[in-house]
Design a protein around this ligand. Sequence first.
Ligand code: CA
Ligand code: CA
Length: 599
Amino acid sequence: MRMKQITKAITLALSVAVSSGIAVTANAQVTDKDIMNDATTTNDVVTYGMGLSGQRYSPLSKVNAETVQDLRPVWAFSFGGEKQRGQESQPMVKDGVMYVTGSYSRVYAIDTTTGEELWQYEARLPDGIMPCCDVINRGVALYDDLVIFGTLDAKLVALDAKTGKTRWSKKVENYKAGYAITSAPIVVRGKVITGISGGEFGIVGSVYAYDAKTGAKVWQRPTVEGHMGYKWVDGKKIETGISGGEAGKTWPAELWKSGGAATWLGGTYDADTDSLFFGTGNPAPWNSHMRPGDNLFSSSRVAIDPDDGSIKWHFQTTPHDGWDYDGVNELISFEYDQAGKTVKAAATADRNGFFYVLNRENGDFIRGFPFVDEVNWASGLDKNGRPIYNDENRPGNPSDASDGKQGKQVVARPSFLGGKNWMPMAFSPDTGYFYVPSNEWEMDIWNEPTAYKQGAAYLGAGFTIKSVQDDHIGVLRAIDPKTGEEVWRQNNFAPLWGGVMTTAGGLVWTGNPEGYLMAFDAKSGEKLYEFNTGSGIVGTPITWDQDGEQFISVVSGWGGAVPLWGGEVAKRVKNLNQGGTVWTFKLPKRYEKSNLAKN
Ligand code: CA
Ligand code: CA
């Protein structure tokens, strides 16, 4: 009895912000202007993506090919706790304070000079949460004096940046039906915008907008054809039209009602066209024979008006997906010159193994090409970017089997964990290349009968993921989006699962599950620096400058979907240790006023 009371007291204490007693050195005040200009202001990182377009490019150059060998850690901060698992977060920095999330819906504020904790918030999670792919979180949004993040029980929570105390909390969806939030929200003109997870449970994907200051709901746009969108004006709920115009045109019978298309990775924003770009996951269930048709808007990219949630255009990467090729990967806006004209483009590297360049004003397909060594489910893309299927590599229909229990098994490349998964790529306007964290793997996959049941897995498929090569799965690639050329590659034994950043210092940064934070020459791919952080890196690095010095931070802590879903590959990396630490690096003091700085 006494033990039970103690446990309860600890749980209660953990559910509120814990002040460490150290004076807070700063009180973040993040404005719309700070957010819109984030990519070019080097003294802060106030958006997921280091700029709303998601290029993950920094104009900083003090750390460069000549100086990076002297980079050294200045502090490391542990998330603590008994629970670790995957740490997929991108830190934020404002006015000398870092805001970073840990696994199990935890948030930390840290003094960027000393690495000392200012406050910690730990969400009290119910027992029944259903995260498909580890208890991860990818980061916070900052707005005004608020730190806003999504929880594994599908809430948005706004914390006071100064104290870590809850200012508002909103239930976005019902976690008992399989909904969760793991992505970082973004803020556009005072609205906090989030996606939702749950595509493996037959949820209905949506993009949601809330008033960042008050938490009042502003609009909701479902990403499955047939569901009604809404906006809220003075507390009144107003219909804003059915997604796709009518119910289930590209779906059979009632399947659209549990159609998936989860927006689980969140989105980017392009100020030039005033569009949110969100990706959508697999149609549910995985067994494609149950749902003939294109199954809009699953496995797509959707451009959305940030004012009312209306869909401006969509581009479907895998119509009638049968391989769990979620189309969620980030769509990054960029420009290039062609025949003396500037092309307003956006690019994405899809789970399905193809890299797409789109016209970001209307979603038109410009070009596409495979970015992994072998794609076997499709032989290519047609002139509109639609895949040319290899029908023999679609898992077979269970009703064709004599007992009706299991369809023909096929070997499909890439595996459903993707030519690239969630981990963000980066774009350098200096080289014109995208730096893509990718993987070479395949899967045995077969279909089984299934039926939708709220809160239960809804796949209708079985699978085993296998490596293709003995010596590597991961490949960091430099890709020219104008030609499709792989300019350079760096193979990695374990699958790459962390994000990428590039800088004006001519460097490309990422981490690997073996624990190394690494820097590569952006033009040649030569590895110029590595440091082992003690656990696998599946987070995304950032950089900023403070008092004349350039800082680099990354979160270390192995986990995510690979150990849970990776089959044969999971066995291959089972010796990697878990963790939960933010590492921060800079050059020695003597570089502070050095002429080596290019900016
Ligand atoms: Ca900035
Ligand atoms: Ca999926």
